[in-house]
Design a protein around this ligand. Structure first.
Ligand code: GRF
Length: 212
């Protein structure tokens, strides 16, 4: 049997992507262990979901900035992940930008999920941006994190339609259904050593593009 992939998950919110990942690991018996969940929000739902599943979960102070970790916190986050033996990190609704030291600690091994078909609509509330722009198709993207904001190599994308009567919340809910398929598929591909990355060009993740 191949060794288990040790995954760390960072999130700030309710944790539906974490739940999808944890459930896929269990149901498909994937060779993955979520070694640690960290949140920058003390009462984030993601921490409770982890504890409910017997997975180590910690709130770690994010420091003095609003949109990123300060230097001290960055060290605290990377040390905690390293101590837990984490090899890959999945950002699952983590609302702070990670740069520099953190990315150097896990080179090419930090994943993010974004609620649009990148490179369209990077940044905040991508579902609202898509609705305001008037696109007829949007979706989600799982990508490697690089120094930019939502700019790293794309690993998986799933499309969803935009309906004429959509509100920001109905569209976001539809995108989140797609996210629950896309993120576990990427993690399964990594765990099976089937992910291929050459610069921006990547391959190996099944099920891309399929609409809901
Ligand atoms: C998701 O829509 C994700 O795309 C975005 O933040 C949301 C996180 O939701 N980055 P959850 O905490 O996984 O439920």
């Amino acid at each position: 049997m191949s060794p288990r992939l040790r995954l760390g998950v960072l999130g700030s919110g309710k944790g539906s992507n974490f739940v999808a990942i944890a459930d896929a690991i269990r149901e498909r018996n994937l060779p993955v262990e979520v070694a640690l969940v960290i949140s920058d929000v003390p009462d984030a739902g993601i921490l409770q979901h982890a504890k409910d599943r017997g997975i180590a979960a910690r709130f770690i102070e994010p420091g003095r900035f609003r949109t990123k970790l300060d230097e001290e916190s960055e060290v605290a986050y990377t040390s905690a992940l390293r101590e837990a033996g984490v090899e890959w990190v999945a950002l699952a609704g983590f609302m702070r930008i990670l740069k520099g030291e953190f990315l150097r600690a896990f080179p090419g091994r930090v994943l993010n999920i974004h609620p649009s078909l990148l490179p369209s609509f990077p940044g905040l509330e991508a579902w609202r941006q898509a609705l305001d722009y008037g696109v007829k198709v949007t979706g989600c993207t799982v990508h490697l994190v690089d120094q930019g904001i939502d700019t790293g190599p794309i690993l998986a994308q799933r499309a969803v339609p935009v309906h004429p009567d959509d509100t920001p919340s109905t569209l976001h809910a539809r995108i989140q259904q797609a996210e629950k398929l896309a993120y576990p598929a990427v993690i399964e591909t990594i765990a099976r050593s089937e992910l291929r990355v050459r610069g921006r060009l990547t391959g190996g993740v099944p099920g891309n593009v399929t609409g809901l």
